[in-house]
Design a protein around this ligand. Structure first.
Ligand SMILES: N[C@@H](CCC[C@H](N)C(=O)O)C(=O)O
Length: 305
């Protein structure tokens, strides 16, 4: 790297939330953003391949700890990322010793805290069910189950999702068979880009195990198949309770492990609790994606942001 690149580098940490691959990038003190080109370059390198970048910026409002930009691996911006938010909490808790945080994103405020023992809870806000809030391209009165025309997909179950917004758009297909028996990698991209979703959508298959437990796999908008999608787990939990399938407190088993989700009656907010894991750190150029791994990173458990 030349000198100009070195001066432009920022610290980042490679982390994961139940296998959802996250790069937490420290943009504090800067006016620029992580560019789509940098995201695409980072995702193309096996060392930094990711599902989401969580770019931490200086706070824009009193009482908040940071502004967070969320960038998918295709370079598009997202409004919510539950697993990534837990990663940001862990990184900032390690840096500051604080346990509770208030973040700001394009979708609004996110309150989060680290518990003793390391699990992290994020208040993901209220789910939205209005067709124009998700958004859908056409008016649907009842979004608990909508009917779609999807030529290339035979299975009728995959024509009628439940839809919801957790700040970002979600479609949940409730299935009776094992969630692994569906070719999500084949129909996920078709559904993500279905014209009914003008801002595309995260596509999940959910199966009820009991009133307190469900299995969930997600094809993420802008990132494809992931091992965990926190906002999808929240949307599925809200859809499960709203359609009478499950209770308001559920364990959602995603491929990376379990997430505890509670859709609180008292304020309508959805709380997500799960782990975050720090892997290694480095420095990157947010304009180009050129990066260097910190020499000792990952070897001695040192954490730096
Ligand atoms: N993995 C995330 C969701 C990230 C955003 C999503 N792909 C979108 O574009 O809406 C999570 O844990 O919530």
């Amino acid at each position: 790297m030349d000198n100009r690149d070195m001066a432009d580098q920022v610290q980042f940490a490679r982390m994961n939330g139940l296998g959802n691959k996250i790069l937490v990038v420290d943009m504090r003190g800067r006016k620029d953003r992580v560019t789509p080109a940098a995201a695409i370059a980072l995702n193309a390198d096996p060392a930094t391949e990711f599902d989401q970048i969580m770019a931490i910026h200086d706070p824009k409002a009193a009482g908040t700890d940071a502004w967070i930009d969320i960038v998918n691996s295709d370079g598009s911006m997202a409004q919510a990322c539950g697993n990534g938010t837990r990663c940001v909490v862990q990184a900032l808790a390690a840096e500051t010793g604080k346990k509770a945080f208030m973040f700001h994103t394009v979708a609004g405020l996110l309150e989060a805290k680290e518990h003793d023992g390391g699990l992290i809870s994020v208040d993901m806000g209220s789910p939205r069910f209005g067709w124009n809030e998700i958004p859908l391209a056409e008016e649907f009165h009842d979004t608990r189950r909508i009917e779609l025309q999807i030529g290339p997909i035979d299975d009728p179950v995959l024509h009628s999702p439940s839809v919801a917004s957790m700040g970002n758009p979600h479609a949940i297909f409730w299935v009776k068979n094992d969630v692994w028996s569906y070719e999500l990698e084949r129909f996920g991209p078709l559904l993500e880009n279905h014209p009914i979703f003008p801002e595309r959508a995260n596509i999940s298959i959910a199966r009820v195990r009991s009133r307190e437990e469900m299995d969930l796999r997600t094809w993420e908008r802008g990132a494809g198949l992931t091992l965990a999608c926190g906002s999808a787990a929240c949307a599925a939990a809200a859809s499960g309770a709203r359609t009478g399938r499950t209770d308001r407190t559920v364990t959602v088993n995603v491929p990376g492990g379990p997430l505890k989700i509670e859709w609180r009656e008292r304020d309508d907010h959805v709380l997500m609790t799960g782990p975050a894991e720090w892997e290694w750190s480095g420095r990157l150029d947010p304009a180009t994606g050129a990066f260097e791994r910190d020499a000792a990173s990952g070897a001695n458990g040192a954490r730096a942001l």
